[in-house]
Ligand binder design. Sequence first.
Ligand code: DQA
Length: 159
Amino acid sequence: MSSASSAATPVADSTRRRVAIVHGPNLNLLGSREPEKYGRVTLTEIDERLRAMGAAREVDVECIQLNGEGELVTWIQQAGPHVDGFVINPAAYTHTSVAIRDALLATGKPFVEVHLTNVYAREPFRHHSFLSDVALGRVMGFGALSYDLGLTGLLDRLG
Ligand code: DQA
């Protein structure tokens, strides 16, 4: 799998560590979507930086963005056996999706939940996460840097 915007086939096996970066709905619009909240950095730029961070540590970083809940569940199921962990911004599904929580748990792999914004400084319906109690950690409020911090934390834990 490769690009941030296509529905991709999960990664192939290899001896290198592999981490999946999973972006949920509407994050394909980063750069133009409510830039006062989400900034001007595009998803492509975020993914490029994360891949570079991984390459510096000899870790394969695979990035995917999907808008559909079912698509995300299917992709996580298929990627699970082939990756060592996930960094996920489930976007709006953070606040609604038992299915994505269950899919991540079913993989048995650790995951870090990230958000560009501080969801606690926003509407009350964004304060609940279906993932945070089962996540390795949660990073929010630092814009695109939240992803870097999340990946750093996951790689540190993976060793
Ligand atoms: C978000 C926060 C969510 O509440 C929202 O639905 C998003 C993005 C963030 O990264 O700040 O789409 O996950």
